[in-house]
Design a protein around this ligand. Structure first.
Ligand SMILES: Nc1nc2c(c(=O)[nH]1)N[C@H]1C(S)=C(S)[C@@H](COP(=O)(O)O)O[C@H]1N2
Ligand SMILES: [Mo]
Length: 320
């Protein structure tokens, strides 16, 4: 057996070897959390055969090496070293370096607007939400994609604590702005900082919409949006806003940073749609990071069965 040097022990090694260990032990306990999350008919993470019970906020053991379509997970290395996070840099391969050391504790997420119970969540408050693993495809509008094993909790659980009022129609999210820590802000002054994103309340309440706090069973790294970011797997990656400090329930469609930058190129909905090209490029296929060749892009990024009902009667070519 090849000896593994300590320097070679990446989170991925630990993750995969733990899985092999569980397998060799014949541990085949289904995770109640994930089963409940996915429903019995259509598991969205792969077959929940290899896991331990999650204890409180301890990440559940990894579920599988593929998503529910059988696509292999991207490596931890890919996920942590090929990023879009313009507050640091527009160079995907340099985000990790520049974001290293982002101060993520203390951290607060202020949740307010049209709610009965406005609340500021500290890191410790956020840790009280029970996390589950969700293996999701992430499709960037630039036509590359990855498969990522997130750890997190449905944002519906957080919203339940603040009790949105009936008038609230949209959720507006805001990223930290800290020019001392984020060199990309001053270098790209034409963008309207802070990074803003939004969802309709019913999109936010959907079971798939995740507040992610980790991946590969480990706390999020800054480049992936530590300490807490949104993940909306059926929408282009730019909707999945990182390092959130503020969430507001509002009546009007929030203007996202991308809508403000180029309204004709980046719509509010941004549902993955191979039939609607970006004004400047084709969206019918994508490059899966780590693979040669291209894959066909799936409508709603492969989550049509779960989310198409949210858009009944809407023309998705116009409401892009
Ligand atoms: N605050 C903030 N969030 C962001 C971005 C950003 O530049 N700033 N980039 C978005 C884009 S375009 C993508 S594709 C994903 C990338 O997430 P990842 O680097 O974790 O794969 O983050 C999204 N969230
Ligand atoms: Mo993106």
């Amino acid at each position: 057996m090849k000896k593994i040097l300590p320097s070679e022990i990446t989170p991925e090694n630990i993750y995969l070897s733990r899985r092999d260990f569980l397998k060799s032990m014949g541990i085949v306990t289904a995770s109640a959390a994930v089963l409940a999350a996915c429903g019995p008919s259509a598991p969205l993470t792969s077959s929940p055969e290899l896991t331990t019970e999650s204890a409180g906020t301890t990440p559940a053991a990894p579920m599988a090496n593929t998503d529910e379509l059988g696509d292999p997970l991207n490596s931890f290395d890919d996920i942590a070293n090929y990023n879009n996070y313009y507050e640091f840099t527009t160079d995907k391969q340099r985000v990790a370096d520049l974001a290293e050391g982002l101060q993520t504790s203390p951290w607060e997420v202020q949740v307010g607007g049209l709610v009965n119970n406005p609340k500021t969540f500290s890191i410790d408050d956020l840790r009280k939400f029970e996390v589950e693993e969700r293996i999701y495809r992430m499709r960037c509008v630039e036509a590359w994609s990855m498969v990522i094993p997130w750890m997190g909790f449905p944002i519906s659980k957080l919203l339940a604590e603040v009790e949105p009022k009936a008038e609230a129609k949209y959720v507006r999210f805001e990223t930290l702005v800290d020019t001392d820590q984020m060199p990309g802000i001053k270098k790209n002054p034409w963008y309207q900082w802070p990074y803003i994103e939004g969802l309709r309340v019913d999109e936010a309440m959907h079971e798939l919409t995740l507040m992610a706090t980790g991946l590969y069973g480990k706390d999020l790294l800054p480049q992936n949006g530590a300490p807490i970011r949104l993940v909306v797997p059926w929408k282009y990656g730019f909707k999945s806003i990182k390092s959130i400090v503020k969430i507001d329930l509002v009546t009007e469609i929030p203007t996202s940073l991308w809508m403000a930058a180029a309204h004709n190129e980046y719509g509010f909905y941004a549902n993955v749609n191979p039939e609607v090209d970006h004004p400047r490029w084709f969206q019918g296929s994508e490059r899966r990071i780590g693979e040669l060749g291209r894959r066909e892009t799936l409508v709603f990024n492969g989550y049509k069965k779960e989310v198409a009902h949210l858009y009944k009667g809407m023309d998705l070519a116009v409401n892009f």
